[in-house]
Design a protein around this ligand. Structure first.
Ligand SMILES: Cc1ncc(COP(=O)(O)O)c(C=O)c1O
Length: 404
């Protein structure tokens, strides 16, 4: 990848002054419109990663731009010492959409998971001091804070920070027997992503989720669904647990990413049984649920309601077009599409394909070295999917030539 499009001064400053924890791609983005972003050289990219699943309505959506402008001139932040006009209505909206009763707003995915874990620990502690164990999945990803990291089932993220929370048990995805063996009266919560995102776009079966629900009920534990990547409209429903047949309700659901469409916003939604574990003064956050973020999220929900059938249709269209590519390239092992959550598993490394796609003007990323991942804006059209397929095909063709 050439560095010609990047601004050296910005990159040099970051190299000198930032923690060197991110491996950035060498482009500097300045603006976006719809599903496209532009770099400092004016080069246009069709963006299928969309801020890692955050920019659900693409860039510069006129309705979001309007409410952000308006709210910026009224009230940006007021803290949780006082009421403002938007947190209550948004809480009602999230409760109705999720089928849960009470809501807590925060600022990110990891922070929402922290809230859920505190709820689980407080719930367990009320029953017995031994009831603090957490069950999570191998290959899962729940965030970088200590609690969320403790239940992230990937050694590479955890090892530098151990010891983490004790009492965490990892089980393989969709293995009913393993789950049954580890759950007991000491279990405070079972935590799942219904479709593992960072882990490579792997879904849980309805049967497995039903078993978890049954075990959580049997042992008076809480069932927590992490919908940070796989939820909030992306599956073509509000939340991915609503696409199971029949739907299975968690006790707690956490979401973030697309909720504020780029304004940081996370949420913990809980039924009364779980919510009662957090009393006055037990949890809080300065920025969470501010007027700007809540107003934007309310606007987003209004737009999302009209987009849901489109997400399902364009997701199916994307699946069909990716299957065409799969027939053309033998190194494409599997195509996994859940609404607009898309993984293309390869049997070669994906890194160079991502760089070549970028060169062609297409942004995707690669997770677990071999899974190309796309989390496009919900507004993407079939024409834009066609364009993405043309660009991806060019990158895949290069990979085929290199491989042969
Ligand atoms: C499933 C899942 N949970 C939690 C997180 C952490 O979210 P955040 O980066 O907003 O803290 C992520 C982020 O990628 C995620 O995909």
């Amino acid at each position: 990848m050439e560095l010609a499009t990047a601004s050296p001064s910005v990159i040099d400053l970051e190299k000198q002054y930032l923690l060197q924890n991110y491996a950035r791609y060498p482009i500097v983005l300045t603006r976006g419109k719809g599903c496209y972003v532009y770099d400092t050289a004016g080069k246009r990219y069709l963006d299928l990663i969309a801020g890692i699943g955050v920019n659900a309505l693409g860039y510069a959506h006129p309705r979001l731009t309007k409410v952000i402008r308006e709210q910026a001139g009224l009230l940006l932040h007021s803290s949780n010492l006082y009421y403002h006009e938007y947190q209550g209505p948004l809480a009602q909206r999230v409760a109705q959409a999720s089928g849960l009763d009470r809501v807590f707003f925060c600022n990110s995915g990891a922070e929402s998971m922290e809230g859920a874990l505190k709820m689980a620990r407080a719930h367990g502690r009320k029953i017995s001091p031994e009831k603090y164990h957490l069950i999570s999945l191998e290959n899962s990803f729940h965030g970088r804070t200590f609690g969320a990291l403790s239940i992230t089932g990937q050694e590479k993220y955890r090892r530098d920070f151990e010891p983490l929370l004790s009492g965490v048990h990892f089980v393989p995805r969709n293995d009913l027997t393993a789950l049954e063996q580890v759950a007991n009266d000491h279990t405070a919560a079972i935590v799942f992503e219904l479709v593992q995102g960072e882990g490579g776009i792997y879904p849980l079966t309805s049967e497995y989720v039903r078993k978890a629900r049954e075990l959580a009920d049997r042992y008076n534990a809480l069932l927590i669904f992490d919908e940070i990547q796989c939820g909030v409209g992306r599956p073509g429903a509000y939340f991915s647990y609503q696409t199971l047949e029949p739907p299975i309700l968690p006790d707690i659901m956490v979401a973030a990413k697309p909720l504020g469409c780029g304004i940081p916003l996370g949420v913990v939604a809980a039924n009364e049984r779980a919510a009662v574990s957090i009393g006055s003064g037990m949890h809080g956050t300065t920025f969470g649920g501010g007027p700007l973020a809540c107003r934007v999220a309310l606007e987003f929900f209004d737009i999302l309601d009209t987009l849901m059938p489109h997400i399902r249709e364009v997701g199916s269209y994307f699946r069909m077009r990716l299957h065409e590519l799969q027939r053309r390239y033998s190194f494409i092992k599997e195509v996994r599409v859940f609404g607009l959550m898309i993984g293309v598993e390869l049997d070669i490394p994906g890194k160079q394909i991502v760089l070549d796609a970028m060169e062609e003007g297409l942004l995707i990323n690669c997770t677990h070295d071999i899974v190309l991942r796309a989390l496009p804006p919900y507004t993407i059209t079939e024409r834009e999917v066609d364009k993405a397929i043309v660009l991806l095909n060019k990158a895949l063709k290069k990979a085929k030539t290199t491989a042969s």
